[in-house]
Design a binder for this molecule. Structure first.
Ligand code: ADP
Length: 598
C-alpha cells in the first residue's frame, strides 16, 4: 500500500462526514487565497510610501482597508475551520472505533487465536488516534498549506521570475530532503511499530495471567521481558528521530539562506532598476509565508509517514474478512425445530489436508449425537461447520431442510446454543452474564434458569446475589460454578439445537453430579451435539459418531458399538480400565470423593 493509497483511505474513512469535509476544504481554499493578499498589499503600501503611485492610487488607505477586510475574514474563517475540523475529527474517531470493534468481533475465531487481544486493542486505539490526528491536521492546516504552496509558487513567478527562482530552489531542497529521509527511515518506523505492538501484546498477556505470574514468582522476569521489548522500541525509534532532526536543521538553514539570497539578489536587481523596494519587501514576505507553509507540508509528510505503520496495521485488521457472511438472499426462518443433516461434508483449513471428510449423518429433533475420538480427529471442526464458523468446501449442512448458508447468520446462531468447554463469562454481574442468553429476561426467569442449572444455591449464598461480579473471565467463580452459569445462560437462550463441548477437567463428585443434572435439564427437548468425554453422556446418546482423521469410522448406540468390538469398544474399555486402576490405588475415603469420569 503506497503512502498515497494509504492517505486516500484515511480520507475515505471520513464516511458520512465527507460533506462537512468538502465545506472545510473550500474554506481552506479561500483562506489560502486570502493569505496572499497580505504580502501583496504590504508591498503596495511600501511602494506608495516610497512615492510611487500604485494601480493609479496615490494613497495607501484603500490598500489598508482591503488589508483589514482580508484580516477579518482570515480570523473568522480560521476560527470556524478549527472548530468544525475539531468536532468532525472527534465524532469520526468514535464512529470508526465502533466500526472497528464490531468488525473484529465478527472475525473468525481462528483470527483471534492467532492475534493477541492486547495487540488488537493497541491497533484499535493507536489507529483511531492516528486517523484523528491526520484528519484534524489536514483540515486545520495541512490542506491549506499544500494549496498555498501550489498557488504561491506560480504567483511568485508571475511577480518577479528572477527572485522566484530562489523560492523554487528552496522547494526543491525541501522536497529532495524529505523524500530522502522518508525513504531512509520508512522500514525503521515499521519496525518501531512492530515492537510497539509486541509490547502491548506482552503486557496484556502478563496481566491476563497475573495469577500465574505471581505464583511462579515471575514478576521480575516479566518486567525484564517488557523492558527488553521497550528497549527495542527505543533502539529502533532513535535513528528515525535523528534523521528528522537533521531535516529540521537543514530546512531552517535553507530558510535563512533563501531570505538572505532574496535580499542580496533584490538589492542587485534594484541597482539595475529591475525591481522596486516594495517588490523586495513583498518577496521577503512571500518567502517567509512559503517557508512557513513548506514547513507545514514537511510536517504533514512526517506525520503521515510516522502514522503510516499504525494505519497499515489498522487497515490490515479492517481488511481481514469474516470467514462467512450473510448471502444477499439469506432469510430468517424464525425458530427451527432442530432437524440437522450433514451430507458428504468436507472441509479443510489449509486447502490440502481435510479436517473433516465426507461427513454424513442426520439428527432428528430432540436426539443426542455424541462425537468421540482422539484429539485432532475433526470433532470441533464438524461442530464449527454447523454454526458456520466456516463453510464446507463440498457437501452441505441442512437444518429443517434448509441449507445453513441460506439462513441469516444471526438467525442461525439464535437457534444454536453453545455450552463451551471453558465457560466464558464477561467481567460483569451474574445477572448480566445470564442475560447474554436472553437480554429481556425478568428476574423470575433468571432465578428459574439458575435453579434448573443447579446454580441458584451458590448465587444466593453470595452477598450480592445476582449482582455479584463474575470477575475477568469469570475468575471470581469456581470452574463448576462457571459451568453451571453457562448452562443457565443456554437455558435462557432456549435454542432448539445445543452444542455441548464437555469440559475435560475433573470436578469433585458432588459438583460433577450437579453439573450433570444441569446438563440433563438443558439437553431436554433439544437436538444436542456433544463433544463427549464423559461416558454417561455417551451411554445415553441416541447415536455415537466415532471420529478418526476427519472421518466417521463407526456409528451407532453405545451398546451397538461395544458389541461390535471395534475402536469405540477399545476406547470404552480403556476409559473404564483407567478409572478402575486409579480408584484401586486410592484409599477408600479418597476413592469415594474422587471425580467420577464416565
Ligand atoms: P478435535 O476437535 O477432534 O480435536 P479438530 O476439529 O480441532 O479436532 O481438528 C481437526 C484437524 O484440523 C486437526 O488436524 C487440527 O490440527 C486441524 N485444525 C483445527 N483447527 C484448525 C485451525 N484453526 N487452523 C488450521 N488447522 C486446524
Amino acid at each position: 500500500m503506497s503512502m498515497l493509497t494509504l492517505y486516500t483511505r484515511v480520507l475515505e474513512l471520513l464516511g458520512k462526514e465527507a460533506r462537512l469535509g468538502w465545506v472545510l476544504a473550500v474554506a481552506n481554499l479561500l483562506l489560502a487565497a486570502a493569505q496572499f493578499a497580505e504580502p501583496v498589499l504590504f508591498g503596495r503600501i511600501v511602494d506608495v510610501l516610497s512615492g510611487k503611485a500604485v494601480a493609479g492610487s496615490p494613497s495607501a488607505w484603500p490598500f489598508l482597508i482591503a488589508w483589514v477586510a482580508f484580516g477579518l475574514f482570515t480570523i473568522g474563517a480560521s476560527a470556524a475551520v478549527a472548530l468544525y475540523a475539531d468536532r468532525l475529527a472527534h465524532r469520526q474517531r468514535q464512529e470508526v472505533l465502533t466500526g472497528y470493534f464490531e468488525h473484529i468481533l465478527q472475525l473468525p475465531l481462528t483470527f483471534h487465536t492467532g492475534t493477541h487481544s492486547g495487540r488488537l486493542m493497541k491497533v484499535m486505539l493507536n489507529g483511531t488516534d492516528a486517523l484523528w490526528r491526520l484528519w484534524l491536521g489536514f483540515f486545520r492546516e495541512h490542506f491549506a498549506a499544500i494549496l498555498s504552496v501550489l498557488v504561491l509558487l506560480p504567483l511568485s513567478l508571475y511577480l518577479n521570475w528572477r527572485l522566484a527562482i530562489l523560492l523554487f530552489v528552496l522547494c526543491i531542497v525541501f522536497t529532495a530532503l524529505t523524500t530522502f529521509v522518508v525513504r531512509r527511515t520508512y522500514g525503521m518506523q515499521m519496525a518501531v511499530e512492530e515492537h510497539y505492538s509486541d509490547l502491548s501484546a506482552r503486557a496484556s498477556d502478563a496481566l491476563g495471567n497475573v495469577a500465574l505470574v505471581q505464583s511462579f514468582v515471575r514478576i521480575e522476569a516479566e518486567v525484564q521481558g517488557l523492558r527488553s521489548v521497550a528497549d527495542q522500541v527505543l533502539a529502533a525509534q532513535m535513528p528515525v528521530l535523528s534523521w528528522w532532526a537533521l531535516v529540521t536543521v537543514i530546512t531552517r538553514a535553507s530558510t535563512t539562506i533563501t531570505v538572505l539570497a532574496i535580499f542580496t539578489v533584490g538589492i542587485a536587481l534594484h541597482g539595475q532598476g529591475l525591481t522596486t523596494v516594495g517588490e523586495i519587501v513583498m518577496f521577503v514576505s512571500f518567502a517567509t509565508l512559503l517557508i512557513q507553509k513548506l514547513e507545514q507540508v514537511v510536517s504533514f509528510i512526517n506525520n503521515v509517514f510516522m502514522e503510516a505503520p499504525r494505519l497499515r496495521e489498522f487497515f490490515n485488521v479492517l481488511d481481514a474478512v469474516p470467514a462467512v457472511r450473510d448471502r444477499p438472499d439469506a432469510i430468517d426462518a424464525g425458530r427451527l425445530s432442530g432437524l440437522v443433516e450433514f451430507k458428504d461434508v468436507t472441509f479443510s483449513y489449509d486447502g490440502k489436508r481435510p479436517a473433516v471428510e465426507d461427513l454424513s449423518f442426520t439428527a432428528l429433533p430432540g436426539q443426542t449425537i455424541a462425537l468421540v475420538g482422539p484429539t485432532g480427529a475433526g470433532k470441533s471442526t464438524a461442530i464449527a461447520l454447523l454454526h458456520r464458523a466456516f463453510d464446507p468446501q463440498s457437501g452441505f449442512i441442512n437444518i429443517d431442510g434448509m441449507d445453513v448458508r441460506g439462513l441469516k447468520l444471526s438467525a442461525l446462531r439464535r437457534n444454536i446454543g453453545v455450552v463451551f468447554q471453558e465457560a466464558l463469562l464477561f467481567n460483569r454481574s451474574i445477572a448480566d452474564n445470564l442475560r447474554a442468553g436472553k437480554p429481556d429476561a425478568t428476574e423470575d426467569e433468571l432465578r428459574l434458569a439458575a435453579q434448573r442449572a443447579q446454580a441458584l444455591e451458590f448465587i444466593e449464598r453470595s452477598e450480592r446475589g445476582f449482582e455479584t461480579n463474575a470477575g475477568e473471565r469469570g475468575r471470581m467463580l469456581s470452574g463448576g460454578e462457571r459451568q453451571r452459569l453457562s448452562i443457565a445462560r443456554a437455558l435462557l437462550k432456549d435454542p432448539p439445537i445445543l452444542i455441548l463441548d464437555e469440559a475435560t477437567s475433573a470436578l469433585d463428585a458432588v459438583t460433577e453430579a450437579k453439573v450433570n443434572t444441569a446438563l440433563d435439564e438443558v439437553m431436554k427437548g433439544r437436538t444436542t451435539f456433544v463433544i463427549a468425554h464423559r461416558l454417561s453422556t455417551i451411554r445415553n446418546a441416541t447415536r455415537i459418531l466415532m471420529f478418526d482423521s476427519g472421518r466417521v469410522i463407526e456409528s451407532g448406540t453405545f451398546d451397538e458399538l461395544v458389541a461390535k468390538g471395534g475402536r469405540f469398544a477399545e476406547l470404552a474399555k480403556a476409559q473404564f480400565m483407567v478409572q478402575e486402576n486409579a480408584r484401586a490405588s486410592m484409599l477408600p475415603h479418597e476413592a469415594a470423593r474422587a471425580p467420577v469420569k464416565g
